[in-house]
Structures are given as structure tokens and as C-alpha cells.
Design a protein around this ligand. Structure first.
Ligand SMILES: Nc1ccn([C@@H]2O[C@H](COP(=O)(O)O)[C@@H](O)[C@H]2O)c(=O)n1
Ligand SMILES: O=P(O)(O)OC[C@H](O)CO
Length: 323
């Protein structure tokens, strides 16, 4: 974490553009609680973290857009309040004076099915898929992955993707409770119901996007609710087929940074190919009065995350000379 990776001073240098980031708000109008392993969760306070983020992003005056890394409403939200809770959070995001790019997380899908959720989040979609790309300037392209493409949550119960996910979980996780990693060894601990996979069609789409980005000499930032690198996250939070996705990414040299949420404590690693992986600290786990959001300044050779409060600042340099 921090600038221990040979960052040259950014003083005086203007970023190409900047954007806001926040993850795992998991808002619900319910009393505070705890995660399965006992970490406090502040369901009502987390929307105030978002409100302060939007206020700060607007005051910055130079943010092109913001990205929400998923899980805007918690699974414990009473289901008759799911729509109003999602709408409330979307409306608060709407106060940002710029576009918001959303992605879906497991908690979003506990609350609403894809056909309801995606239009509310204005996620460009064909057949309820939630992957897309955008390019804020000639030099950069952002790829947003749908980590719950193959998943036991979010699709109708008899949907082929639900059936494929349940079959896969049945083969990989012998526990009756499919969210339990008990007895699973090493990276196999990711085979849990609250995770998912990127399907074949999406992998082919990703390959095409990276091929195109390479042709036009664009640097790519990959965003996904689920982390893609074991070095940046707990094993239990990894995308089921993170290795397949990284296999596609490694065919090219254009992906420089992968950003994610889901693992609430946050993390940072640089993989063997020099790609930075940054998992964001959750807004949900901020005790009242504290925050976790940030903005990222984008340069030719690095992304510099300026975190607020519990979100650690991180310099992610992919072509920097050692100081
Ligand atoms: N080590 C674990 C972690 C989680 N579970 C199950 O997953 C559910 C969701 O976990 P949270 O961290 O979001 O609370 C939890 O309710 C457990 O059913 C588990 O079994 N073992
Ligand atoms: O999305 P949650 O709240 O179920 O939490 C996921 C865990 O952080 C993964 O380790």
C-alpha cells in the first residue's frame, strides 16, 4: 500500500482525468450488525458515507465520472423495502454532477432480480447481462465485468445460468451450506454461493475488447465486484474463474489495473505481469462519522488513488522508473 512501488512525484503534473470510487455501501434501514466473522456493519450509516462522497466529488469539480463497485443495498434489507432502498441509494448517486458507472454485487441480487436492477442502475444490457466498456479519453478504456454472469443468485431459479452455477457449486463445494468454505483448501475456498463466474460469451467479448484496445493503443482498467487476484483479497472473495479471466488478460499487454470490491477490508497487490489489483475498503464497515471512498487521478503511466479516511491512498504505477 502507499507509494512503495517506485512512484515519481506527481507534483505539478496534471492528470489526464479523474474519477470517484466507492464500494459495498450495503445500505439497509436496520440496526447495526456484524459479518459472519464478527466485523461490525453499519447499515444505516453507510448511505451517509455515500452522501459525503458525492458532496466531496462535486466539490472537487474536476471528476469526469464515478464508479460504484457494487452491493449498494444489503441482503438483510427487508424485501418489501428492496425497491425503495435501491431507489434511495440510486437517487443519492444521482446528486453527483457527472455519470455514475454501476456494477452489480451479490447483495444487489439478493434484493432484486436482474431485470429490475439493471434498468434502475442504467447498466447497458443485452439479455440481462451486466458487462460493458467505456472510454473516457483516447488513451484509456474501462471494462466492467459481470462477476455474477454464472451465479446461483439473480437469475430465475430455472434459468440455465442458475442451473450451471448450482451444478458447479455441487461439484466444487461438498458443504450443505454452499456459502461455507469449511474443509475447502487454499484457493478452492472461493467456491461459495456468494461468488460467481464470468461465462464463456463474456470471456469472448473481453478478448475482443482487449484485442481492439491493443489495436488502438489504449490502456485498460478492468473493474469487477469480485477480485481477480489472490494477492489482493481473501481466498473466499475471489471470482470462481479468476484464473481464466486473467488468462485472457495476459494474452495482451493493455490491461494495467484491475479494481474490485466485495472483500470489505480492502487490498492491493501487483501480479507477476506487473498488473496492479486494488480492492476497495467497504463503506458499510465505516463506524459512524468515518468514511471510505476516494478519487483516482489518471496519468499516462499510473493511477493514483486518493483515499478518504478508511480508504487507503495507493499509487499504482505501471511504467515508472524506480526513484
Ligand atoms: N467463513 C464463512 C463466511 C461466511 N459464511 C456464510 O456466508 C454468509 C455471508 O457471509 P457474511 O460475511 O456476509 O456475513 C454467512 O451468513 C454464512 O452463512 C460461512 O459459512 N463461513
Ligand atoms: O458480500 P458479503 O457481505 O457477503 O461479504 C463477502 C465477503 O467479504 C467475502 O469475503
Amino acid at each position: 500500500m502507499g507509494s512503495a512501488n517506485g512512484l515519481a512525484s506527481a507534483q505539478g503534473e496534471q492528470p489526464l482525468f479523474s474519477f470517484g470510487v466507492i464500494s459495498d455501501i450495503q445500505y439497509a434501514d436496520i440496526p447495526d450488525g456484524r459479518s459472519f466473522i464478527g466485523v461490525p456493519r453499519y447499515y444505516q450509516h453507510s448511505i451517509h458515507v455515500l452522501q459525503r462522497a458525492v458532496h466531496k466529488w462535486n466539490n472537487h469539480q474536476n471528476l469526469e465520472f464515478a464508479i460504484n463497485f457494487g452491493d449498494i443495498v444489503d441482503g438483510f434489507c427487508p424485501k418489501d423495502q428492496s425497491l425503495s432502498a435501491v431507489t434511495k441509494v440510486v437517487n443519492d448517486f444521482g446528486k453527483f454532477k457527472g455519470p455514475i458507472y454501476h456494477m452489480i454485487g451479490n447483495h444487489c441480487l439478493y434484493n432484486l432480480p436482474r431485470d429490475k436492477l439493471l434498468p434502475l442502475l442504467k447498466i447497458p444490457s443485452i439479455n440481462s447481462h451486466a458487462y460493458y466498456d467505456f472510454s473516457p479519453c483516447q488513451e484509456y478504456r474501462f471494462v466492467v465485468l459481470d462477476g455474477y454472469d454464472i451465479s446461483a443468485i439473480g437469475w430465475p431459479q430455472d434459468h440455465p445460468k442458475t442451473l450451471e452455477a448450482l451444478k458447479f457449486l455441487g461439484e466444487k463445494n461438498p458443504n450443505k451450506e454452499k456459502n461455507s468454505p469449511e474443509g475447502l483448501m487454499g484457493f478452492e475456498r472461493r467456491f461459495l454461493m456468494f461468488n460467481g463466474a464470468v461465462g464463456k460469451e463474456q470471456l469472448e467479448w473481453l478478448d475482443g475488447v482487449l484485442q481492439d484496445a491493443t489495436k488502438v493503443n489504449q490502456k485498460v482498467v478492468v473493474c469487477c465486484h469480485l477480485p481477480l487476484c489472490p494477492g489482493a483479497t481473501s481466498k473466499e472473495a475471489l471470482l470462481w474463474n479468476y484464473d481464466e479471466v486473467m488468462g485472457v488478460i495476459y494474452r495482451y499487454n493493455c490491461v494495467k489495473i484491475c479494481l474490485a470490491g466485495h472483500d470489505h477490508k480492502g487490498g492491493h497487490s501487483i501480479d507477476a505481469h506487473g498488473i496492479h489489483h486494488r480492492v476497495f475498503e467497504a463503506a458499510l464497515e465505516c463506524p459512524p462519522g468515518t468514511d471510505a471512498f476516494g478519487h483516482i487521478d489518471v496519468y499516462d503511466n499510473r493511477l493514483s488513488l486518493r483515499g478518504t479516511d478508511r480508504m487507503q491512498s495507493t499509487d499504482m504505477c505501471f511504467d515508472c522508473k524506480k526513484a
